[in-house]
Design a protein around this ligand. Structure first.
Ligand code: UGA
Length: 448
């Protein structure tokens, strides 16, 4: 199938991962990235963000000549049978989805696409967007099929999730186009062990589902999945606040509640709340798009508000323990919105550092991967440390805001010796409380 060419528009987490995988599945793949700095890094055979195993795959694609980075629609689109739109959908100040890049990508593609191509929307868009793009296609009299193919990969496990997927969802009005897109994924399945080997990732025994749906259903599946996971987290955090008042341990509660298979344990970890480039904006986008159709999703508004309250709630708990934060030295460990990524978008760790600093604490931050990306969002006079020890040495309190293995495996006796004070704030509820207490530290979790 090397004679089949794919263009992937946008080289973010979704776009670059998909492009690198297709480039090892028998296709020639253009990946279009307008940002020249990022493009230059990809051309060198690397990813411009940290994602386990991706560098090796990008390097292989570049060396093989099957992955072709470009900034040009004109070079890539006319040669392609399939166009994947993986451009960004940031949120507007009012919480609605900003679809400028989505529509620009579709319009520019329409200028160059040959007849018979399939345009595949991977960007997360509000339900109803595909129908508008189909109208654009019809207005131009272009012979292009439109398909929604939402992405479910998680940052940090992007390759694992893409190769060994739970489900591939493809929705559209043209059954032949829908089937063709499902078939592209079957080609990935044929190559996935070899790809996993290149990227040095595990090969689980897994058979994913192929789900073909109506166009609007596919669009709604994506945002609904993210909204439900966000809802689970906010639900766990609400109960954690109650656990704090009552002396219950939220981990014990959720372990038992989640043991009911109707509920499930996943995404019931209470802590500093969810961040990242997906949940916060997908929740606000869903609320806004429901509002456009006259539907009040107040259940999601409550989930978003609860999530926004978590960093302040933790800061308040620290204040209750340490008293006035003026001149207290606090180490915030973890700026990535979760472990395994350098992404700091809507990062609770960054929010915590800023709140504590605004309250007068002398804050030092450290993250093994995300210091550079956090830079723009960290307020003055927060200090940066380039390793763990200088961050915690002499601190009155240490906060674990991301569950990086480097933090979880750090010897607690050594940590206690380096600290001046005793307060250990586990914002991820990831530690055994007794192991923290036994070295003489005061454990503070969220709902524990
Ligand atoms: C999420 C979804 O999990 C993916 O399926 C989806 O494809 C992706 O969004 C997307 O729309 O692109 P991601 O944002 O990479 O993936 O990260 P998650 O692993 O879902 O974590 C999101 C946030 O929730 C993190 O800040 C994490 O720390 C937090 N979280 C997660 C909790 O606070 N508690 C939990 O129990 C689980």
């Amino acid at each position: 199938m090397q004679d089949v060419t794919i263009t992937v528009l946008g080289a973010g987490y979704v776009g670059l991962t998909s492009a690198a995988i297709f480039a090892q599945s028998g296709f020639r793949v253009f990946v279009v990235e307008p940002n020249q700095k990022r493009l230059a890094v990809i051309k060198e055979g690397r990813s411009f963000f940290f994602e386990h195993g991706l560098d090796a795959l990008v390097a292989k694609g570049i060396a093989d000549g099957t992955l072709v980075p470009t900034d040009s629609y004109q070079q890539s689109v006319p040669e392609s049978e399939y166009i994947f739109s993986c451009v960004g959908t940031p949120d507007n100040p009012d919480g609605s989805s900003n679809l400028t890049y989505v529509f620009d990508a579709a319009k520019t593609t329409l200028q160059y696409a040959k007849a018979g191509v399939v345009y595949i929307q991977k960007s997360t868009v509000p339900v109803g967007t595909g129908s508008k793009i189909e109208q654009l296609i019809a207005d131009q009299g272009a012979g292009m099929a439109y398909v929604s193919n939402p992405e479910f990969l998680r940052e940090g496990t992007a390759l694992q999730d893409s190769l060994f997927f739970d489900r591939v969802v493809v929705g559209g009005h043209d059954p032949a186009a829908v089937r063709k897109v499902s078939d592209l994924y079957k080609k990935i399945v044929d190559h996935r062990e070899a790809i996993a080997h290149i990227s040095n990732i595990d090969v689980p025994a897994k058979t994913g589902h192929y789900i073909e749906t109506k166009l609007n259903s596919a669009e709604l599946i994506k945002v609904t999945a993210n909204a439900f996971l966000a809802l689970k987290i906010s639900f766990a955090n609400s109960i954690a606040k109650l656990a704090d008042q009552t002396g219950a341990d939220i981990n014990e509660v959720m372990d038992a509640v989640g043991a009911d298979p109707r509920i499930g344990r996943a995404f019931l970890n209470a802590g500093r709340g969810f961040g990242g480039g997906c949940f916060p904006k997908d929740v606000s986008g869903l609320i806004s798009s429901a509002g456009d159709y006259g539907v009040d999703l107040s259940i999601m508004t409550a989930a978003a508000d609860l999530n926004d309250s978590m960093p302040g709630y933790i800061a308040q708990k620290i204040h209750s323990s340490l008293g006035d934060l003026q001149d207290k030295r606090i180490a915030v460990l973890g700026l990535a919105f979760k472990a395994g990524t350098s992404d700091t978008r809507r990062s609770p760790g960054v929010a915590l550092a800023n709140i504590l600093s605004r309250n007068g604490a002398e804050v030092t931050v450290y993250d093994p991967e995300a210091l550079e990306e956090a830079e723009a969002d960290l307020e003055e006079p927060i200090k940066r440390a380039d390793s763990l020890e200088p961050a915690i040495t002499g601190a009155d309190a240490v906060l674990i805001a991301t569950d990086w293995p480097e933090f979880l495996s750090y010897d607690l006796t050594d940590l206690a010796k380096l600290l001046k004070g005793k307060l250990f704030v586990d914002c991820m509820n990831a530690y055994d409380t007794q192991k923290v207490q036994v070295v003489g530290l005061t454990y503070m979790g969220v709902g524990r």
